[in-house]
Write a protein that binds this ligand. Structure first.
Ligand code: MRU
Length: 352
């Protein structure tokens, strides 16, 4: 599928077309590549909640597009009424998922643009334009991040990744998989190992699908084979995305990231994180970030098949925290932060 914006074969996850939001329905992958079309922000909120769209940057842009739909849906005749409608939509969109900071970032950016407008018509136009611009910028940022990260990877590396931090987690190109794409584009021959990422299987359903779709040499492993592959010299480097990075360099990402980082440390394998500045939260303390807890049925079954006894207690956190001492570098569009992270992250923002 040739993409008009990225000019490559990478998937386009979310798009604004004819005043509607078009998304790949990620719950249907890898079996069906289905696009859904929304003209109501409540549908976008549902899509975020039910993982039709997921991945921190894609959620951020979905929030912005959700508000763009909200201004078009509004019957307001004054700026105050429109801002009040927008505030209601913002609340509904914000409450869909708690951990990825990009959601609040995307919503806030749009609300700030709306506040600057004078008339209802002007606000509507400016909000839609800003959301579209944010989506285009997401691709550019990923490409820059990719270039910044590609120098850290060598010819013939086998790179492990977890969850999906690819085109499917962004508008296109990806963060961690963006670095992998840029490494290949720089002429290096690389292989990828994707963990299946239980319980929702973003690794096998999405990363394996996306990388195969784009012609990468990718092998799928069960999450439990991370130690085996590292101990047997099958992995040279690890790269993952992030849902939120706080100023100390603690990285919130898909459940299982932390144990991969520990395992990488044990085997002397560099462990990198790739994330745009919109994934950094310089305000919230690590202990105050809400980790999303998901329903037990994701763990007690695979698809429609039950794999656990009835009424079993389940602990199903969607994310965990990787401490900075396990991280070899955090790749952003402004450069690569290295230990001591508090200082180097601050510098990235100063350069912004
Ligand atoms: O629950 P998900 O699928 O939204 O979780 C996604 C992840 O954890 C990704 O690794 C993260 O959002 C980075 S995506 C560029």
């Amino acid at each position: 599928m040739e993409d008009p914006i990225t000019n490559d074969l990478s998937l386009k996850t979310i798009e604004w077309k004819n005043n509607k939001v078009i998304m790949i329905d990620q719950t249907k992958l890898p079996n069906d590549l289905v696009f859904v079309e929304y003209d109501d922000y409540n549908q976008v909120a549902d899509a975020i909640k039910t993982l039709v769209v997921r991945g921190a940057p894609a959620i951020g842009i979905s929030g912005a597009f959700g508000l763009a739909l909200a201004v078009l849906q509004s019957k307001a005749t004054t700026k105050d009424e429109l801002l009040s409608d927008l505030g209601k939509a913002r609340k509904i969109l914000f409450e869909t998922r708690p951990t990825a900071v990009n959601l609040g970032w995307g919503l806030e950016k749009i609300i700030n643009v709306a506040k600057l407008g004078d008339s209802v018509e002007q606000i509507k136009e400016q909000v839609v334009n800003e959301a579209k611009k944010m989506a285009d910028e997401d691709i550019e940022i990923n490409k820059t991040m990719g270039k910044n990260g590609s120098v850290l990877f060598d010819d013939n590396d086998t790179i492990m990744t977890h969850c999906n931090a690819g085109a499917l987690a962004t508008v296109a190109y990806g963060t961690a998989l963006g670095v992998i794409r840029a490494t290949r584009e720089s002429g290096k021959n690389i292989k990828v190992i994707a963990t299946e990422t239980r319980p929702v299987q973003q690794g096998s359903r999405l990363t394996a699908f996306e990388l195969k779709h784009d012609g990468f040499d990718v092998s799928l492993i069960p999450d439990t084979a991370v130690g085996y592959t590292m101990a047997n010299g099958l992995v040279n480097k690890v790269i993952v995305g992030a849902d939120r990075i706080v100023k100390t360099g603690h990285v919130f990402n898909k459940i299982g990231t932390y144990q991969i980082a520990i395992m990488a440390k044990q085997h002397g394998i560099p462990f990198y994180v790739a994330a745009p500045l919109s994934t950094f939260d310089m305000e919230t303390k690590v202990e105050d970030v809400i980790i999303e807890m998901r329903k037990g049925s994701e763990v007690t079954g695979i698809g429609d098949k039950k794999t656990a006894p009835d009424d079993i207690n389940v602990i199903n956190p969607a994310f965990d925290i990787t401490p900075p001492e396990l991280i070899s570098g955090i790749i952003t569009e402004k450069g690569v932060a290295k230990s001591p992270y508090e200082e180097s992250i601050k510098k990235l923002f100063e350069a912004n």
